[in-house]
Design a protein around this ligand. Structure first.
Ligand code: CA
Length: 226
């Protein structure tokens, strides 16, 4: 059974989300502020975190940054809850590292679709594992580990899948639509801008090796040997 942690200070909303998730067969854990949310993320080891952007005390953005910085919680996918007009670009961009976002007010169905899509993405789909080396970048698929010039780089599940998709098709251009389908899944409701923000974030994390991911203007991306 998958465990989902909901960090949301509006208790009615948190409980409504928990109720809907439990109805779908998930185990729901609720936390009503950032500090107890971080604590629950560390102790309950959830499969997914639904995190409200506006929280008292530690803000949602900072909670997300802390989750992504800690090795223990960095790979747990995060869906951010935002109000319309809040800074979605920052949320899905490099600065915060959320895997997806849902704009309030949302329907239970909308949130469940996102939850299912994000969980599907985070499933390990290559149990046998292999090692890919592209220039200074080494990707260990079994351990979900990326090392650049001897230093481990911590990637989110989505960033890892994106890098792997590019690395496995070395030198071949992939359209944004194809990447969206392969990395985010067929049922993903979103636009190709999502691909661009994640590629930007991935490049930054890879440092100088980020240049191995080339933009093919008006079409998509490809990864090349240096
Ligand atoms: Ca709130």
């Amino acid at each position: 059974m998958k465990t989902i942690l909901i960090i949301e200070d509006e208790r009615d909303l948190a409980e409504l989300v928990a109720f809907n998730l439990e109805k779908e067969g998930y185990q729901a854990v609720t936390a009503f502020d950032g500090a107890s949310g971080l604590e629950a993320a560390r102790t309950r080891n959830p499969d997914l975190i639904i995190l409200d952007l506006m929280l008292p005390g530690v803000m949602g953005i900072d909670v997300c940054k802390m989750l992504k910085k800690s090795e223990k919680t960095a790979t747990i996918p995060v869906i951010m809850l935002t109000a319309r007009g809040e800074e979605i670009d920052r949320v899905v961009g490099f600065e915060v590292g959320a895997d997806d976002y849902v704009v309030k007010p949302f329907s239970a169905r909308e949130l469940l679709l996102r939850v299912k899509a994000v969980l599907r993405r985070s499933l390990p789909d290559r149990p046998e594992g292999k090692i890919l080396s592209i220039g200074p970048v080494t990707i260990d698929t079994a351990r979900h580990q990326v090392v650049v010039a001897g230093e481990e780089v911590i990637l989110t599940t989505t960033e890892f899948k994106l890098l792997l998709n590019l690395a496995e098709r070395l030198g071949r251009v992939q359209s944004r639509d194809l990447l969206l389908k392969n990395v985010w899944g067929y049922n993903y409701v979103g636009d190709t801008r999502t691909v661009d923000t994640h590629v930007t974030r991935l490049r930054t994390k890879l440092g100088p090796a980020g240049d191995l991911i080339r933009t093919v203007r008006g079409f998509g991306y490809k990864m090349e040997e240096p």
